[in-house]
Design a protein around this ligand. Structure first.
Ligand SMILES: Cc1cc2nc3c(=O)[nH]c(=O)nc-3n(C[C@H](O)[C@H](O)[C@H](O)COP(=O)(O)OP(=O)(O)OC[C@H]3O[C@@H](n4cnc5c(N)ncnc54)[C@H](O)[C@@H]3O)c2cc1C
Ligand code: SF4
Length: 457
């Protein structure tokens, strides 16, 4: 099968969905989005925690809820979303060759947007010495097993790496009943957002060691222990500092690598970190081929990925119409507070800036907040902190699938474990729609509604 279309977008994560939607809205007649998975949404589908969409939608969504909005927007704009399509290559005349279960398809495009995301660095990429037992996972694989496939990865866990995925998995594993013995970070500061250090690690009393690495993996069939060692300023292991930690699972959260095999088939120039090299209009060195999201440069927030995708989609249409391009502001996605929260402060989580807010006795008011919402947040944290609980429940008749759910509104922080534990006993029958109430839980004479965050047949 061979078709012609104005714009082809490769990858159906937030970058690709936004690019396709804006290409259609900018006047492209036919926009086809090709996704290799059976569902669009990209990595968002396994990120069941909340915190997405604060900039784009001014609300906090879970990953699947954010994906649902992006998919609906693209569909309403008239994008043709084609799933189970693995893009194999692009030729110099912009013909995109795709593998499907029914054979090969070809799409001849006027312009193309690459939005193929990234993959995780593995043990092989960082060369940890030791044996090769079972029980060593990358954080994204562990997340997929726990959140989507109903497979618990282990009971006693060490996490190497304090980027956002590592921090989020520390909380998730703890809520699922594992003991997270340590998060080890080779740098002098955590590399994730301060709000994740606070809400995923400090709040669960998980030990966080900086300037520390895993210097040895020990175990025959299954992991039995790891050695943690201090590192010097050049990240070299300091001899004599090794201490053994008995554990059955090691989670690696040691960085992401842009995924660009498809880009390479048409000769797009890549940077040393494997990201695509683009100009400020997001165009690669191959005219008419644009790149956005994590395959261009790994980004912290889906909101910025969507915004960048939107611009790539617009410029793909400007290219077709021979109109001037619009520029991407590289600085805009770098405003969030990363690393350790400042001592004695509250990290405001109302927006991703993560202001460090504290009470000032002299001024008799909160300081450090860039807007009044930070003071209100800090006061609520002091008097009656609340959290939205996000977790999964079982689905009747399906052993290897789970339904992601959340409380319909935030509940007292003190009840988070109780709600998660009660939900471990719950089984839901399909079909359900995103937003359906699937369970009610009694907490101190108060009913808490549990809603599904996806639609499932
Ligand atoms: C664990 C974790 C937690 C996160 N937490 C947050 C958070 O709380 N808030 C937030 O805002 N952001 C968060 N993020 C970041 C955000 O989710 C990502 O930055 C964003 O999803 C990246 O979007 P993308 O479209 O570039 O890539 P992806 O979402 O990875 O999408 C790429 C898509 O391309 C497809 N693809 C790749 N190659 C091909 C091919 N050859 N053919 C067809 N399709 C292909 C893939 O299947 C995939 O669907 C988190 C990320 C992770 C991993
Ligand atoms: S104080 Fe305002 S700007 Fe700062 S994180 Fe909170 S909401 Fe965002």
């Amino acid at each position: 099968m061979r078709r012609e279309c104005d714009v082809v977008v490769i990858g159906g994560g937030p970058g690709g969905l936004a690019a396709a939607c804006s290409a259609k809205k900018s006047g492209a007649k036919s926009v086809v989005l090709l996704e290799r998975d059976s569902l669009p949404g990209g990595i968002l589908n396994q990120c069941i925690h909340d915190g997405f969409g604060l900039i784009r939608y001014h609300e906090t969504f879970t990953g699947p809820e954010y994906a649902k909005h992006a998919i609906e927007e693209a569909e309403e704009a008239g994008v043709e979303i084609l799933t189970s399509r693995h893009v194999r290559s692009i030729s110099s005349d912009k013909t995109v060759t795709v593998y499907t279960k029914n054979g090969i398809e070809e799409y001849k495009a006027g312009s193309i947007v690459l939005a193929t995301g990234c993959r995780e660095r593995t043990r092989g990429n960082i060369s940890i010495p030791g044996s090769r037992p079972a029980g060593v996972f990358t954080a994204g694989v562990a997340q997929n097993l726990i959140n989507c496939r109903n497979v618990m990865v282990g009971k006693k866990v060490v996490i190497l790496g304090s980027g956002d995925i590592g921090l989020i998995m520390a909380r998730r594993l703890t809520l699922e009943g594992a003991e997270v013995l340590a998060v080890a970070e080779v740098m002098p500061e955590p590399t994730g957002l301060a709000r994740n250090v606070t809400q995923c690690v400090y709040e669960y009393n998980i030990p966080l060691y900086v300037k520390t690495t895993v210097s040895k993996i020990i175990g025959k069939k299954r992991l039995e222990a790891v050695e943690l060692s201090d590192v010097d300023d050049y990240m070299r292991v300091i001899p004599g500092t090794a201490r053994r930690i008995e554990c059955d699972t090691l989670i690696l959260s040691v960085g992401l690598i842009p995924e660009n095999e498809v880009a390479e088939t048409v000769g797009v120039k890549l940077l040393s970190n494997n990201g695509t090299e683009t100009d400020r209009f997001l165009q690669t060195d191959v005219e008419g081929i644009f790149s956005c999201g994590n395959s261009r440069h790994v980004m912290d927030l889906a909101d910025y990925v969507s915004e960048q995708g939107e611009l790539a989609g617009k410029n793909a249409v400007h290219y077709l119409k021979k109109e001037p391009f619009e520029s991407w502001d590289e600085e805009k996605s770098n405003c969030m507070k990363k690393g350790f929260p400042e001592e004695g402060t509250v990290t405001c989580t109302v927006c991703p800036n993560g202001c460090q807010v504290k009470w000032d006795d002299k001024e008799n008011c909160y300081i450090g907040n860039k807007c009044p919402r930070g003071a209100a947040f800090a006061e609520k944290e002091r008097t009656s902190p609340v959290r939205t609980v996000t977790t999964t429940v079982k689905i009747s008749g399906r052993n290897h699938e789970l339904l992601p759910v959340r409380t319909s509104s935030p509940i007292s922080k003190a009840y988070v474990f109780e709600v998660v534990n009660k939900l471990k006993e719950v089984e839901v029958s399909l079909p359900v729609h995103s937003g359906d109430i699937v369970q009610e839980i009694d907490l101190d004479n108060e009913k808490v509604e549990i809603i599904s965050t996806v639609s499932k047949q």
